[in-house]
Design a protein around this ligand. Structure first.
Ligand SMILES: N[C@@H](CCC(=O)N[C@@H](CS)C(=O)NCC(=O)O)C(=O)O
Length: 338
């Protein structure tokens, strides 16, 4: 009998250590851990890459009330798709649900509070439930925007840069002429838009994340310097034209706006992108941003500063462990004619 108690103790110790190991390894792959071991942030390549088409015989034909967008007001990539949905008159054609601003261990959550809508299609609790409904074996992150097909009950696309391009033209047979006339990706400017998208995506749209999620000093410094070099370049470009490519609003502006509108309220302090502020150091970018926000329907309507500020500051606890949301800057964006 003398060996029974040591044996029980031994078993308890072994079991506890296994549980602790499991807990710590699941901790390491938490959904809210964003940087890799090299201290850099690498954005996942989107997995669902189908296309809606104007061709009625295609796999995903453009139809009234067939597609549904799941978005977050906090997310700059999702906001692009909301902006284009407004600009192209698709509000009555593509329905929308808005996730709650707080991302936790299970990813984006559906909650009917604070301006979030809940999941109006299935009443799911998490965005990930949709990913598994679309593909029970799905492995990857559960990201917004998610473009859902109500007919075949699957995800068409979770890549914002492609969703906005589908919206430019594929639904044209269903909207009024004033919307079909709007071309945000005109053939004559395509190569210039693509070229601009490349460096702006890398150093600005994704650049703020690469600076903010860096877990090594030298990685952060490298990224933040690239970012401000690009902002200086954009400032110069907007000094000689109303928009990034002259006097026509294009995709390049649409893709830049969600990053710039978040810059002073969030990226300056939360992502340490604080070499300058848009309102004090970049007068041309500031004027351009205010023009889009105040003068062009679709930009202000899709900007929700409450979701933006709360999401970043309360979800990224590795950056802001106490989840305190800074009060300033006040106001979130300057008045139109300051
Ligand atoms: N490539 C995607 C990126 C989307 C993306 O990263 N969305 C973020 C929010 S800003 C997300 O949903 N993250 C949740 C996660 O990674 O768990 C796109 O542009 O559509």
């Amino acid at each position: 009998m003398g060996f029974v108690i040591p044996l029980i103790l031994y078993n308890i110790i072994i079991t506890t250590s296994i549980v602790l190991r499991l807990l710590s390894s699941s901790n390491m792959s938490k959904i809210t851990d964003w940087a890799s071991k090299d201290g850099s942030f690498h954005r996942q390549v989107s997995r669902f890459r189908d296309w809606i088409s104007s061709d009625p015989k295609s796999k995903f034909p453009a139809e009234h009330n067939r597609y549904h967008l799941y978005i977050s007001y906090a997310c700059p990539w999702a906001t692009r798709t909301l902006i284009v949905r407004e600009l192209k008159g698709l509000k009555d054609i593509i329905s929308v649900d808005i996730v709650h601003w707080h991302i936790k261990e299970n990813g984006w959550e559906f909650r009917k509070e604070d301006g979030a809508t809940g999941d109006s299609l299935y009443g799911f609790t998490y965005l990930k439930d949709l990913y598994f409904k679309a593909n029970a074996d799905y492995v990857g992150r559960y990201t917004v925007p998610t473009l859902w097909d109500k007919r075949t009950e699957t995800i068409v696309s979770n890549e914002s840069s492609e969703i906005i391009r589908m919206m430019y033209t594929e639904f044209d047979c269903l909207v009024a002429k004033k919307y079909t006339e709007k071309d945000y990706y005109p053939i004559a400017l395509r190569s210039q838009i693509d070229e601009m998208n490349d460096w702006i995506y890398d150093t600005v749209n994704n650049g703020v994340y690469k600076a903010g999620f860096a877990t090594m000093q030298e990685v952060y410094e490298k990224e933040v310097l690239f970012l401000f070099k690009s902002l200086d370049r954009i400032e110069k470009i907007l000094g000689s034209g109303k928009y990034l490519l002259g006097d026509q609003l294009t995709e390049a502006d649409i893709r830049l706006f969600p990053t710039i509108i978040r810059f002073d309220p969030v990226y300056v302090q939360h992502f340490k992108c604080n070499i300058g502020m848009i309102r004090y150091n970049y007068p041309n970018i500031n004027r351009w941003m205010k023009h889009l926000y105040y003068d062009i329907p679709g930009f202000k309507e899709t900007t929700n500063f409450k979701h933006i500020k709360k999401h970043y500051t309360k979800s990224h606890t590795q950056i802001n462990p106490h989840s305190i949301t800074p009060v300033g800057p006040i106001p979130d964006i300057e008045p139109r004619d300051k």
